[in-house]
Design a protein. Structure first.
Length: 232
C-alpha cells in the first residue's frame, strides 16, 4: 500500500510530499499514517496485524459518525422545513452502502481498495463491505486532521456527490405547512456546501447553539433564548 499513498493523495487533492516533513505544530504531520490505515480494510491481507485492524476499525467508526453529521447539517440547512423521512432518504441515496462503490470509482480509488481484483467483476456482497469500510475510515482520517470543511470539500468536489441528482431525491409526500423560526434566513434559497461551511449565526440569533442543534429545536421553543432549556 505504501507505493499507492501518492496516488491516493493526488486523487484527494493533497500535496504529494510526505506529511512527516511538516512542522511539529502542523496537525497533518501524521496524515500519511492515517491515510495508509484507512485503506487497510478487514478483507485486506495486512489486517491480521492487530494494531492495523484496530486503527482501521476506529477510523471507520469515527468516519461513519462524521459523514452522517455532515450530511444531516447540510440538508437541515438546505431544506429547513423538510421532515425526517425525506432527509433520511436523501442521506441514504448519497452514502448508503450500495451507492458507495460509485463514489469510490468516481474518485479513481478503486484500485487502492481492491489491489488484486477488478471491482466491476466482483459481486455486490464482495464489493460493498470493503468499500464501505474504506470510505468511512477515509473521512475519519480527514476529519481528525483537517476538520469538517475539508470533509465537505472531499465529499462534493473529489467524490462528486450531487444532492440535486434525480436518483437522490426522496419520495413525494403530502407536505404540511411548517412555520420555521430558526432558519428564516434560508427560506427560498438553495445552499451550497461552501455556504454551510462558512455559516456563522447572526449576533442577534435566538439560539447560541450550532445550527444542527438549533434546527432540531421544535418551533414552539422560539420564545427561549441563550440556553434553550432556561425559560426567561
Amino acid at each position: 500500500m505504501d507505493e499507492y499513498l501518492l496516488e491516493a493523495k493526488q486523487a484527494l487533492g493533497y500535496p504529494l510530499e510526505p506529511s512527516d516533513s511538516y512542522g511539529d505544530d502542523n496537525p497533518a504531520k501524521q496524515f500519511d499514517s492515517l491515510l495508509y490505515m484507512a485503506f487497510q480494510h478487514p478483507h485486506c491481507e495486512r489486517t491480521n496485524v492487530r494494531h492495523v485492524r484496530s486503527g482501521h476499525s476506529r477510523l471507520s467508526f469515527l468516519g461513519q459518525y462524521v459523514l452522517e453529521l455532515a450530511l444531516c447539517e447540510f440538508f437541515l440547512q438546505r431544506y429547513p422545513r423538510e421532515s425526517p423521512g425525506p432527509m433520511r432518504e436523501r442521506v441514504y441515496a448519497l452514502i448508503g452502502k450500495r451507492f458507495l462503490p460509485k463514489w469510490i470509482k468516481a474518485a479513481s480509488l478503486q484500485n487502492l481498495v481492491f489491489q488484486y481484483d477488478d471491482m466491476d467483476r466482483l459481486l455486490r456482497k464482495d464489493q460493498e463491505p470493503p468499500v464501505k469500510s474504506v470510505f468511512w475510515a477515509l473521512f475519519g482520517a480527514i476529519y481528525l486532521y483537517f476538520g469538517m470543511p475539508e470533509v465537505y470539500r472531499v465529499l462534493f468536489e473529489v467524490f462528486g456527490l450531487d444532492p440535486e441528482a434525480e436518483d437522490c431525491q426522496p419520495k413525494l409526500r403530502r407536505q404540511l405547512d411548517d412555520i420555521d423560526y430558526v432558519s428564516v434566513e434560508f427560506d427560498n434559497r438553495k445552499l451550497s456546501w461552501q455556504d454551510v461551511v462558512a455559516y456563522r449565526p447572526p449576533k442577534d440569533a435566538l439560539f447560541a447553539h450550532p445550527r444542527l442543534v438549533r434546527a432540531c429545536v421544535p418551533p414552539g421553543m422560539h420564545r427561549f433564548s441563550g440556553n434553550i432549556w432556561d425559560f426567561e
